[in-house]
Write a protein that binds this ligand. Structure first.
Ligand code: NAD
Ligand code: IPM
Ligand code: MN
Length: 352
């Protein structure tokens, strides 16, 4: 098969972790006789510097012609004082909209070999295998009205959480269908004790389950107590569905169960091209040092093989190679080891 992918390394550690993921992908192509056609584009702070826009038109053209998109991360301290509209992160938010990737799958599994690395006790985290499905193109991230303006003589900041019934239903369907392939349990997370938006979310999800997925066990959790349960009893979760901002926050929390945020992959899916990126950011504190953990991006690449190219055998081979490399003791700094980004990538290739 010919794999036509767009690479968007981005800022900070992005180029370092994408570089190793491409090396592993090349090894997959050699092993399974696929052909790789990878083209690189700009996104984020580097795109602002080069083209004055965090998502230049060239990048939009590139991703729309690709079979899948593999991204690193965006964000740089130089832009921290700018309004949201002018920041590197805006490029990513626009990219998600351009690709219509409304469902962001963020699996959090605790590998037994890494259970000691979580600040939580082994018996709490070991056996955790949950997946957060975060709504990605709606909610408070995109709702209008928004902005900072003077209202009745007082400076006022406004953001708006908006969801339509079809937006909630299509996200929930992804969750229910995935649950059928796993433990058949879905937890829907909201703040229905306060927000009308969440009351509507809860009612819509419940009605959909009753109508189309009666075989799935559904429970509802308020986001505040859900945050507590993720660290006190993570094994109770199978599939979690939630709106954009809650999913952003809960997925970084779930990273604690795996030992490091550097381990967490993600797949953003819609009707067409999928977008694959690690959950972590550009990590300015370690960028350029060659010590970032590339496994979150390598595992995102595995999700790309599975979801965009239907290459399950290849995806599993990458995931098993990651586990073997970890079990062999190859650990980057965030996993309390000394291995460089490149050594981790090479170890995965070796295990493959
Ligand atoms: P971050 O995820 O970049 O870093 C948080 C901490 O985790 C840092 O100490 C960092 O060194 C560490 N870390 C993250 N990834 C790691 C890896 N692969 N290996 C080893 N250590 C790793 O979050 P932040 O510091 O809050 O954000 C930094 C910048 O990244 C901001 O500009 C933010 O907007 C952006 N960001 C981008 C994305 C994305 O592109 N998807 C996601 C989150 C944050
Ligand atoms: C993530 C990030 C992004 C988000 C930022 C960089 C826009 O935190 O992918 O989790 O909030 O979605
Ligand atoms: Mn985030």
């Amino acid at each position: 098969m010919k794999l036509r992918i767009a690479l968007l390394p981005g800022d900070g550690i992005g180029p370092e972790v994408v570089g190793q993921s491409v090396a592993v992908l090349e090894a997959v192509c050699r092993k399974f006789s696929h052909e790789l056609e990878a083209k690189e584009g700009l996104i984020g702070g580097c795109a602002i510097r080069a083209a004055g826009d965090p998502l230049p038109q060239d990048t939009i053209t590139l991703v729309k012609a690709a079979g899948a998109v593999l991204m690193g991360s965006v964000g740089h301290p130089d832009f921290d004082a700018l309004p949201p509209e002018k920041r590197p992160e805006k490029g990513l938010l626009r990219l998600r909209k351009e690709l219509h990737v409304f469902a962001n799958l963020r699996p959090a599994r605790c590998l037994p070999a890494l259970a000691e690395l979580s600040p939580l006790r082994r018996e709490v985290v070991e056996g955790t295998d949950m997946i957060i499905i975060r709504e990605l193109t709606g909610g408070i991230y995109y709702g209008t009205p928004r902005g900072i303006q003077e209202v009745n003589g007082v400076m006022t900041a406004i953001n708006t959480m908006v969801y339509t019934r079809p937006e909630i239903e299509r996200l929930a369907r992804v969750g229910f269908k995935l649950a059928r392939l796993r433990g058949k349990r879905v937890t829907s997370v909201d703040k229905a004790n306060v927000l009308e938006n969440s009351q509507f979310w809860r009612e819509t999800v419940t009605t959909l389950r009753d109508k189309e997925f009666p075989d799935i066990q559904l429970d509802h959790q308020l986001v505040d107590s859900c945050a507590m349960l993720i660290v006190s009893n993570p094994k109770r979760f199978d599939v979690v569905i939630t709106e954009n901002l809650f999913g952003d926050i809960l997925s970084d929390e779930a990273a604690v169960l795996t030992g490091s945020i550097g381990m967490l992959p993600s797949a953003s899916l819609g009707e067409h091209t999928g977008l694959y990126e690690p959950v972590h950011g550009s990590a300015p504190d370690i960028a350029g040092k060659g010590i970032a953990n590339p496994l979150g991006t390598i595992l995102s690449m595995a999700m790309m093989l599975r979801h965009s190219f239907n290459l399950e055998k290849e995806a599993l081979a990458v995931e098993q190679a990651v586990v073997r490399a970890i079990e062999a003791g190859v650990r980057p700094r965030d996993l309390k080891g000394q291995a460089t980004t490149e050594q981790v990538g090479q170890a995965v290739i070796g295990a493959l």
